[in-house]
Design a protein around this ligand. Structure first.
Ligand code: ATP
Ligand code: MN
Length: 465
C-alpha cells in the first residue's frame, strides 16, 4: 500500500481538497451496500461525523472485504470527492485498503445503535467508541483545556496539591485510607490502637477530599492559584451526581472577598459554557438531538443572564413559603438538599442562583465568620438540573477566630498546624471555591448520570475497569 500521511476526518470535512489523494484510518461504524458497491461509515474519533468510504467490490474481492464489519479498524487510501449522497459533503473512493484489526460480529458488543447507557457502563472499555461517549469525552477534553486557559490568561498559577494527605479534618467527606500495613496482621500499639509508626508514612494517611487547604498556602504566596486534580470521597452515596473519585478545580485568590469570589465563579462558569458553545458545537448538537432537546438553549441562557444572588436565610424563607411538598423538610439551620436547590433554580428564579451566608454549623471550619455570630461567608452556586455545582467561601483569616472554631469543633489541630500558621505569618483576606469537574460536564453535555461523563467511573462496588 502506498505510504500517504494520514489526515484526520475532522480536518478532511472542515477543509476538503477535492480530487486529492488522502489516507484515513479509523473504526468502521457501519457497512452497507449492494453486490457491486459497499459504503463504509468510518470514524476516527476526531469528530462526531463519519466519512463515507465507497468501495468497488470487484476491485478488492469479497473475501478480502469480509472482515470489514462494524468495529473493525482499517486504513484507506483513496480519492476525496464531493459526495453524491445527502448529509455529507465529501466521501472517499477507496483505492487501497489495509485491515488493521477485525471485530467478530458474533462477539463485538457494539453491533447496533441505541444501546442503553446502563449497558454501556458494563463495557466501559469499549464505550468511548460510541457516538455518545465520543461526544462527551471530546467536550470533557475541551473543558479541561478551557479551564487552564481561563486561569492562565488571568494570571493564576496551576498549583499541584497533594493526592495523599495526613490531614483528616477537612470534614468534606469520608476518606479512603492509604496504607502498606499488612491487612492480615495489622500492628498494634500497647494501648491496642493501630500502630501507624509501622506504616509507610509513619502516620495515618488518606486520599485527599479537596486540595483547598494547600491551595490557600499557594494563594498566600503566589497571589492567585488554582488546583485541578482528582479528589476522593468514600461516602456511600449512590446518586446520579456523586462519584467516589472525581476531579475538582479549586481557585484561591489572595485579597478577594466574598463579592469578588462570586464574580469570579460566575464569570468562570459563563466563560466555560461559551467556550463549549464555540468549540464543541457539533458534539452538543448531537447530544441535544439524542438526549436533551433544550440543551443548547439552556447553555445560552446561562451564559447570557446574571445569576441571582441571595442569602441562605432568604432562600429558606422562599422554600418555606413555596407550599411545595419536599421529601426533606426545610427550616433555618438544615442543609439544603438537591430538591430544594433545584426548586429555587428551576421553579422560583428560573436561572442559576448563588446562595450566601449559610449557618456556620452546616459549613466547614475555615469559612469566615460573620458579625452575627451565626452565619459564615459561604457561597454555593446552584445550577438547573444539577443543584450545587460550586461550593466556596471567603476564608477566616483571623488566627484567634479560626482556632476558636477548630477547638469548638474538637478538631485535630496537630494535623493542620501548617495551615493554621498561615494566619500567624502575613495573613490576608482571601477566598476561593471548588467546582466539581464532572458536575460541569453533566451540565454542559445534558447527560443525566455522572457515571456517563467520566471514562472510568468509581462508585461503590465499581472499580472493575
Ligand atoms: P454535595 O452536597 O453535592 O454532596 P459537597 O457540598 O459535599 O457536595 P463540596 O465539598 O463543597 O461538595 O465540593 C465542591 C464541589 O465538588 C461541589 O460543589 C460539587 O460540584 C463537587 N462534588 C462534591 N462531591 C462530589 C462527588 N462525590 N462527586 C462529584 N462531584 C462532587
Ligand atoms: Mn458544598
Amino acid at each position: 500500500m502506498e505510504t500517504l500521511s494520514r489526515t484526520k476526518i475532522a480536518e478532511l470535512l472542515k477543509s476538503p481538497v477535492f480530487d486529492s489523494k488522502v489516507n484515513v484510518k479509523g473504526w468502521v461504524r457501519t457497512r452497507r451496500g449492494n453486490k457491486a458497491i459497499s459504503f463504509v461509515a468510518l470514524n476516527d474519533g476526531s469528530t462526531i461525523h463519519n466519512i463515507q468510504i465507497v468501495i468497488d467490490i470487484e476491485k478488492f474481492g469479497e473475501d478480502f472485504l469480509k472482515p470489514i464489519t462494524t468495529g473493525a479498524c482499517i486504513s484507506v487510501n483513496g480519492l476525496l470527492v464531493e459526495s453524491q449522497g445527502k448529509g455529507q459533503i465529501a466521501e472517499i473512493q477507496a483505492e487501497e485498503i489495509e485491515i488493521y484489526g477485525s471485530a467478530d460480529p458474533l462477539s463485538y458488543p457494539l453491533q447496533k445503535k441505541g444501546h442503553s447507557l446502563e449497558f454501556l457502563r458494563e463495557i466501559a472499555h469499549l464505550r468511548p467508541r460510541t457516538n455518545t461517549f465520543g461526544a462527551v469525552l471530546r467536550v470533557r477534553h475541551h473543558m479541561a483545556y478551557a479551564i487552564h486557559k481561563y486561569f492562565n490568561d488571568r494570571g493564576f498559577y496551576y498549583f499541584h496539591s497533594p493526592i495523599i494527605t495526613a490531614s483528616d479534618c477537612e470534614g468534606a467527606g469520608a476518606m479512603f485510607q492509604v496504607t502498606t500495613l499488612p491487612m492480615k496482621e495489622v500492628p498494634h500499639t500497647k494501648e491496642g490502637d493501630v500502630d501507624y509508626k509501622e506504616d509507610f508514612f509513619g502516620r495515618q494517611a488518606n486520599l485527599t477530599v479537596s486540595g483547598q487547604l494547600e491551595a490557600e498556602l499557594g494563594a498566600l504566596a503566589l497571589g492567585a492559584t488554582y488546583t485541578f486534580g482528582p479528589t476522593f470521597r468514600a461516602e456511600n452515596s449512590n446518586t446520579p451526581r456523586h462519584l467516589a473519585e472525581f476531579w475538582m478545580i479549586e481557585p484561591e485568590v489572595a485579597f478577594n472577598e466574598i463579592k469578588e469570589n462570586m464574580d469570579l465563579a460566575e464569570d468562570f462558569l459563563k466563560y466555560l459554557i461559551r467556550y463549549a458553545l464555540e468549540n464543541c458545537y457539533d458534539d452538543l448538537e448531537f447530544l441535544q438531538k439524542m438526549y436533551d432537546e433544550e440543551l443548547i438553549d439552556r447553555l445560552r441562557f446561562v451564559a447570557e443572564n446574571d445569576f441571582v444572588r441571595l442569602t441562605y436565610t432568604e432562600g429558606v424563607e422562599i422554600l418555606k413559603a413555596s407550599g411545595e411538598k419536599f421529601e426533606f423538610p426545610v427550616d433555618w439551620g438544615t442543609d439544603l438538599q438537591s430538591e430544594h436547590e433545584r426548586y429555587l433554580v428551576e421553579k422560583h428564579f428560573k436561572r442559576p442562583v448563588i446562595l450566601t451566608d449559610y449557618p456556620k454549623e452546616i459549613k466547614s471550619f475555615y469559612m469566615k465568620q460573620n458579625e452575627d455570630g451565626k452565619t459564615v461567608r459561604a457561597m454555593d452556586v446552584l445550577f438547573p438540573k444539577i443543584g450545587e455545582i460550586i461550593g466556596g467561601s471567603q476564608r477566616e483569616e483571623n488566627y484567634e477566630k479560626l482556632m476558636a472554631r477548630v477547638e469548638e469543633l474538637g478538631m485535630c489541630a496537630e494535623t493542620i498546624w501548617w495551615y493554621l500558621e498561615t494566619r500567624k505569618f502575613g495573613t490576608a483576606p482571601h477566598s476561593g471555591f471548588g467546582l466539581g469537574f464532572e458536575r460541569l460536564i453533566l451540565f454542559v453535555t445534558g447527560m443525566q448520570n455522572i457515571r456517563d461523563v467520566i471514562p472510568f467511573p468509581r462508585t461503590p462496588n465499581n472499580a472493575d475497569f
